[in-house]
Design a protein around this ligand. Sequence first.
Ligand SMILES: [Zn+2]
Length: 174
Amino acid sequence: MEILKTDQEWMLLALKAAKENQNIEQNLNIEQNQKTADNSDKAAKDIPVGAVIVENGKLICAGQNRKELLNDVTGHAEIVALRQAAAIKGTWRLTGMTIYTTLEPCPMCAEAIIQSRISKVVFGAYDPLSGALGSAFNLYAGKRIYPIPEVLGGILEAECSDLLKQFFAKGRPN
Ligand SMILES: [Zn+2]
């Protein structure tokens, strides 16, 4: 499959979201922004994964892994982005949209993505331990009652995986 330049450009934006401790989400309320500012040390413990959701070539929202910051086991970048997109669009049905994520989605996120009716998933680094789009599992194989999104993996793979390697090489903050 031809790798479109636009896919790489969107993945660069997802990488930017992963790298920025300050959130670039548009839709957080003031209370949450305050929480973010007060917990930058907690945010530093979050594994740098970013995701953006795009519709018709237009950025809808961006999300970062916020599991530590929000003390929320479901706070993966993809879920954060899906929640924001639903809030912005006024519906959880995200048919026609593409999610770009810097790391192959885990089973939780892969299921949330398919249930959201997202049409395409583009990811950067493969995750042999938890990746649910073919690496460790394949959640989109077999009979599903939902439309199976198109999947494109390995976009800016080196950049996305380097970011994770650097994070773990530094030693995850305690
Ligand atoms: Zn996940």
